[in-house]
Write a new protein. Structure first.
Length: 223
């Protein structure tokens, strides 16, 4: 169906679009006079835009609609999207600040030992001796490696996501096993582990350009 301006409307009950929760971009402005939309890229895999046929556009209130994509092209550090039925700058303007989402099951498959941030957030972090440190509240990007933020406020713990600290990531059980090095925990000097006690593997963490984020908080496709 189309509205009075001729814009294609694929509105669906928001509840039926719950699975369209992985954010890969956000419309930031119209581009040109023919209805193209300029979008910020929130995924580590910008090439995926060229393969998309349909996306969910969701506004700040959670109202969602499915939109067919007629074209996508890179423009500097952003992506230009042409949606079916969006033929003028005025119509494109109505899509400003809508996040661009795909289904969670369509997230780009990652190599072994690479994880999306939204999969790590909420995981319980436990030391090898069984001490529960808390749940991951954020994953911070730094120059050398990512950093896990555990807890909040004055009780927040920051752990570097490096092989000497992160021993096991079990997304099924939502649990991460760590061996903090001296000085990382606020109330103890260290948790010492013999060098030959555990086989270490380098674990890399990608924060997905599609920060593919959940609908309510913005789960993005970033690793």
């Amino acid at each position: 169906m189309t509205d009075a301006q001729g814009q294609t409307q694929n509105r669906v009950d928001t509840n039926t679009l719950a699975d369209w929760s992985l954010t890969i971009g956000e419309v930031v402005a119209p581009f040109g006079l023919l209805g193209e939309c300029k979008a910020r890229i929130d995924t580590d895999f910008p090439e995926r835009f060229s393969r998309l046929k349909q996306v969910c556009l969701r506004d700040a209130r959670g109202n969602a609609r499915l939109m067919n994509i007629l074209g996508a092209r890179l423009h500097k550090t952003q992506i230009l999207l042409k949606f079916e039925g969006v033929t003028t700058i005025d119509i494109a303007e109505t899509l400003r600040n809508h996040v661009v989402q795909v289904r969670a099951r369509d997230a780009v498959r990652l190599p072994r030992d690479e994880f999306y941030i939204h999969d790590l957030v909420g995981c319980e972090v436990v030391t090898r001796s069984g001490r529960v440190l808390g749940a991951i509240t954020n994953v911070l990007r730094s120059g050398a490696n990512d950093v896990y933020a555990i807890g909040t406020g004055k009780d927040e713990i920051l752990l570097p996501a490096i092989k000497d600290v992160v021993r096991e990531v079990d997304l099924t059980r939502r649990r991460i096993i760590v061996t903090p090095t001296p000085g990382l925990l606020p109330d103890e000097s260290a948790e010492v582990v013999e060098a030959n006690e555990v086989e270490t593997e380098e674990i890399e963490f990608l924060l997905a350009a599609s920060h593919e984020i959940p609908a309510e908080q913005g789960e993005t496709e970033t690793t």
